[in-house]
Design a protein around this ligand. Sequence first.
Ligand SMILES: Nc1ncnc2c1ncn2[C@@H]1O[C@H](COP(=O)(O)OP(=O)(O)O)[C@@H](O)[C@H]1O
Ligand SMILES: Cc1ncc(COP(=O)(O)O)c(N)n1
Ligand SMILES: [Mg+2]
Length: 529
Amino acid sequence: MASGGVILSNSFSFYQKRIVMSSRMQEKNGGASIPHVLSVAGSDSGAGAGIQADLKACAARGVYCSTVITSVTAQNTVGVQAVHAVPEDFVAQQLKSVLSDMQVDVVKTGMLPSVGVVKVLLQSLTEFSVRALVVDPVMVSTSGDVLAGPSILSTFREELLPMANIVTPNIKEASALLGGIRLETVADMRNAAELLHALGPRNVLVKGGDLPDSLDAVDIFFNGEHFYELRSSRIKTRNTHGTGCTLASCIAAELAKGSSMLTAVRVAKRYVETALEYSKDILIGNGIQGPFDHLLRLKSGSQSFHRKDAFNPSDLFLYAVTDSGMNKKWGRSMVDAVAAAIQGGATIVQLREKDAETRDFLETAKSCLAVCRSHGVPLLINDRVDVALASDADGVHVGQSDMPASVARTLLGPEKIIGVSCKTIEQAQQAWIGGADYIGCGGVYSTNTKANNPTVGLDGLKTVCSASKLPVVAIGGINTSNAGTVMEMGLPNLKGVAVVSALFDRENVLAETKKLHALLMEASSSKIQ
Ligand SMILES: Nc1ncnc2c1ncn2[C@@H]1O[C@H](COP(=O)(O)OP(=O)(O)O)[C@@H](O)[C@H]1O
Ligand SMILES: Cc1ncc(COP(=O)(O)O)c(N)n1
Ligand SMILES: [Mg+2]
């Protein structure tokens, strides 16, 4: 069974180790460590598979990825034209350079073209401990070209697989590892998963991307105790080059972040499905199998293409957050309140409806969206990703107890705006990793709008702004008497203030917004840069 330096225990102790390690690193360098995957694989010049896919997958999952290149292929969407193996001692050099210096959490392997390269890797893994080993036993490209010959099989079986926390063969690779057995049905895949598990890896995922006559894309996961049949819809596309490399890298990335194995596999499969669906019509190369877009950004021709880049942090300048109770109290509709705020100078609007029925909330969102669109002001929905999707609003704002930014990003896609409420540096860092566009930091002052919400004060705001990689909007008890103080501090990344009562718990929304706008203009022109 697994031995050497590869240890993956349950996710809890995994996290604990990370915390111990990051405090150690912080002491040494004054920084925090981030999840780190080392990809040991071949280069694909077409950049659909191999090292290039691994880098993109890890980047998409918010994880650092270092690389050891085992082989350089001349490859495109037609096939593999040539392979140039990197000398074994040079692979060893690369491994040493990375592992002796950097704290790698998870090693992921792809193309290992010779027995010598596998041996060098195994040697490194006994010298330098990592937390998990993900083995994608790459042998033949989908175009049918051999990337690692049959001479590698016995070393894979006897030495590499027993070290692996998970092995992820496709149908052909599972068959080759098991001496050429037939693999044509899901039942055959289960059988293969069990036989492969007996070779020593802790977990097995037999991938069914190439299962004949299958309407779904079915993978079989086996952990030695239970089988899981993981199904997703089969996306009709030619752009499946590199799905295997991407899946394995994403599993590695999720493990590096602290997920359990089954969760990592599920997340990875979902990610591949989402990326394929997003990229199904993109056209790169003239061959039969094209690459897909790991970062979900290349698709052209849709108005959404420019949306995310179009998020302008200066839109956070005067951020109006609605409150239905207040507007009711003053006898006006939500749409009228939003229209008045925009007329007064609000640069972004968030609809916050704590008690409304979903159907009413959706109708309100649609009406407000029409007003916002006609003025070019983005409309965000508080908490409710479903309402944002259904109304086609510009995004969501989520709190720490709502849906995590990373999940919201998966659901909403790359184009929508996501904001997250953060009180601490760690929460701000997490929001950035999860794919948020901005953070809201507060409460700066105490407020009646949010009961039991501890304030962070101006000091807390300053701390978070200084560390944040995302633009920040200050929130909580801000009004015309204190907004100037907040903006005049000239805090890094602070782009504006978010207000509720100061606009909507007033008789004249238009006049109050104008007043606040003028004040902010003055404060930001005088702020220390
Ligand atoms: N057309 C598709 N639609 C959805 N998922 C797919 C499709 N093709 C492959 N997958 C998924 O991509 C992952 C990689 O599988 P596979 O293509 O079988 O591996 P490989 O690239 O190593 O041959 C699996 O999770 C598989 O289910
Ligand atoms: C360098 C390299 N590594 C791995 C693959 C497998 O990818 P796929 O099975 O999707 O063709 C590849 N084609 N090239
Ligand atoms: Mg594939």
